[in-house]
Write a protein that binds this ligand. Structure first.
Ligand SMILES: [Zn+2]
Length: 208
């Protein structure tokens, strides 16, 4: 998972227009990816499919004032956006209570762990456990994308190991290296074989 802390600065408040005019700027500030699930817009239909996320929901009366406040505007995929909707369990920004940690205060990478075997994310705080459930951060589409990025990393590691092996192949006594490289290739191949076992978009999962 590739979460990043979002830098927000009042100085970047656009002088004209309203939030829907600032999508390009907001996308850039958020690294062109969903602040919650970290899926990149390129993997999910591009900027047209992405939403401007009012972190403090504009439908809650006391947050109406933040409707066009650049510091309250983020970028999210349509699915996370729909799941979060106007949910706002708590004003306090405390990791150990049920709330949404502010993505411009925290780097979400520090608040979740990702299991490299089942590709699921686990919140390490009360707040991020809640987020994981509420936003379905282990929906099949995300497991699929995470597995692809793990595979990419593993492919790179195997390639590197093969290159090292190629250099050392003249030394037949170096069996440890040979064993490690072969085991990497076998593991990669097994993961590749499972590639089709996830259907990224199950309607029942995303229409709860
Ligand atoms: Zn998302």
């Amino acid at each position: 998972m590739n979460w990043k802390k979002i830098i927000k600065d009042k100085e970047n408040q656009p002088a004209v227009g309203t939030y829907s005019d600032w999508k390009e700027q907001i996308a850039k500030e958020c690294f062109y990816q969903c602040i919650y699930c970290s899926i990149n817009e390129a993997q999910f239909g591009g900027i047209d499919h992405y939403h401007i996320e009012h972190y403090k929901p504009k439908s809650i009366e006391r947050f109406k004032i933040l409707e066009n406040d650049i510091c309250n505007l983020f970028y999210s995929c349509p699915i996370c956006n729909r799941f979060k909707s106007y949910d706002w369990p708590n004003d306090a920004d405390d990791l150990d209570i049920i709330c949404y940690p502010d993505p411009s205060t925290y780097d979400y990478s520090d608040l979740f762990v990702v299991n490299s075997l089942d590709y699921k994310v686990y919140g390490t705080y009360v707040s991020t456990k809640y987020m994981t459930e509420r936003l379905y951060l282990n929906r099949p589409q995300l497991l699929y994308e995470r597995r692809e990025s793990f595979l990419k990393q593993r492919e790179e590691n195997v390639t590197k190991a093969l290159e090292v092996l190629q250099d050392k192949i003249n030394n037949p006594e170096d069996f440890t290296l040979l064993k490690e490289s072969l085991s990497g290739i076998i593991q990669l191949n097994k993961t590749l074989q499972k590639r089709s076992s996830i259907r990224p978009y199950k309607l029942a999962e995303i229409r709860k």
